[in-house]
Design a protein around this ligand. Structure first.
Ligand SMILES: Nc1ncnc2c1ncn2[C@@H]1O[C@H](COP(=O)(O)OP(=O)(O)O)[C@@H](O)[C@H]1O
Ligand SMILES: [Mg+2]
Length: 253
């Protein structure tokens, strides 16, 4: 697949907590329909960057553009229009424990108030199927699901609004390697059947190596690499993230 249009542009972004700098003047772009990863070790600023992009935390300096529009410069009333086109799957699923999977998945649509209860249920069942959950899981409660199934349900909930941009926070963390690989395949499959640009935050390149088109690597406040896995292999960039066994597997060593 070839990509051309930039859907997100981050320019000269710096973030700080008090006088501690987390990102120093970083810039990168995400192209439409891409599966893009934000990679880095623990504490490298991945979640902070995600919060900057989701209007949850204002950067110290710099610009973040979605669809060509600088989001932090937008009037608050206009932000909703942009946010409505984005979905996020939170790290721990964040499902409501007192609601069935069906109601959890349907909730974002039900909240919009534009669809009948029956339509919401039909769409929820559609997405429950698309993320590979068995039909009967729709009527289960989150505590009856395995970790991997919770992540799938959470993914279905993020997809039901047909987002243009889907953010995934540590989508495979906590899964065993086999489930992580299966989830990786699912992401790839979903990209084929939706028109969504996918951005995932992860500390584990191995678990997403087959689905990701390009990624940035955060280290020491900077982006030390931006590109594809293939490009990384030939770049000679050495980073702690690839020195472990899993990292080496990701690089095919
Ligand atoms: N609200 C906060 N106040 C102060 N420091 C923070 C806050 N949130 C995160 N940090 C610090 O900023 C750094 C980056 O954190 P974070 O973005 O969560 O990294 P990651 O998601 O890559 O693990 C860490 O050193 C963390 O301790
Ligand atoms: Mg984090």
């Amino acid at each position: 697949m070839s990509y051309s249009k930039n859907i997100i542009e981050v320019s000269n972004l710096s973030t700080r907590y008090g006088d501690i700098t987390i990102h120093e003047n970083i810039s990168f772009c995400v192209k439409e329909f891409e599966i893009f990863a934000i990679l880095g070790g623990s504490g490298s600023g991945k979640s902070t960057l995600l919060r900057n992009m989701l209007y949850l935390q204002k950067p110290y300096t710099g610009e973040i553009k979605f669809f060509g529009i600088g989001i932090w410069e937008l009037a608050e009333s206009k932000r909703k229009v942009i946010l409505d086109r984005c979905s996020i799957m939170f790290q721990f699923g964040a499902l409501f424990s007192s609601m069935s999977v069906l109601d959890n998945v349907g909730m974002p649509l039900a909240q919009k108030g534009k669809f009948s209860k029956l339509e919401v249920e039909k769409l929820a069942l559609f997405w429950i199927d698309k993320v590979g959950l068995p039909k009967d899981s729709a009527y289960k409660f989150p505590h009856e699901l395995s970790g991997g199934m919770k992540k799938r349900a959470s993914l279905a909930r993020a997809l039901i609004t047909s987002p243009k941009i889907l953010f995934l926070d540590e989508p495979t963390s906590g899964l065993d390697p086999k489930s992580a690989d299966t989830f990786d395949e699912l992401i790839l499959h979903l990209r084929e059947i939706t028109n969504t640009t996918i951005i995932m935050v992860t500390h584990d390149l191995d678990s997403i190596k087959d689905s990701v088109d390009r990624f940035i690597l955060l280290e020491n406040k900077h982006i030390v690499f931006c590109g594809s896995l293939q490009e990384l292999k030939s770049s000679g960039v050495k980073t702690e993230i690839f020195t472990g066994l899993r990292g080496q597997r990701a690089l095919g060593y």
